[in-house]
Design a protein around this ligand. Structure first.
Ligand code: SF4
Length: 124
């Protein structure tokens, strides 16, 4: 009986500790994202460039231009990791279109995780 009372009394402190931990982690994640996105090559670009309507016709050159920004970007890996972790369904992120990210995700799910950026991995 004493143990139960002790555990119940400790629950609010434990919950407060857990909430503090979660809050700290979220703040760290936000700070991390704000840090890498502040270094993005595309900060000076038109955001619409990175969200083509399709992968065909005029959109193909739009994608190529977006990818040229990504190829010079120092946070390309972080950008791609963020897009894949948050399942960004549209746009060019980390130098990859949504179709390319989907294909890369299917490859990494089916085999050992390759830590390299998909663009740096050897083609099979
Ligand atoms: S990788 Fe491309 S989309 Fe991502 S931050 Fe860099 S330039 Fe922007």
């Amino acid at each position: 009986m004493m143990l139960v009372l002790t555990m119940r009394a400790a629950a609010p402190e434990r919950d407060a500790g857990l909430m503090s931990f979660v809050g700290d982690r979220l703040a760290s994640l936000q700070a991390y994202r704000e840090h890498w996105s502040s270094l993005a090559e595309c900060r000076s670009a038109d955001p619409e460039l990175f969200f083509p309507l399709s992968s065909l016709g005029p959109s193909a050159s739009q994608i190529a231009e977006a990818k040229s920004f990504c190829s010079r970007c120092v946070v390309r890996r972080q950008c791609l990791a963020y897009a894949m972790a948050t399942r960004q369904a549209h746009g060019v992120w980390g130098g990859m279109t949504e179709q390319e990210r989907t294909a890369a995700g299917q490859v990494t799910r089916g085999s050992a995780v390759d830590q390299r950026h998909p663009a740096d991995q050897p083609s099979s």
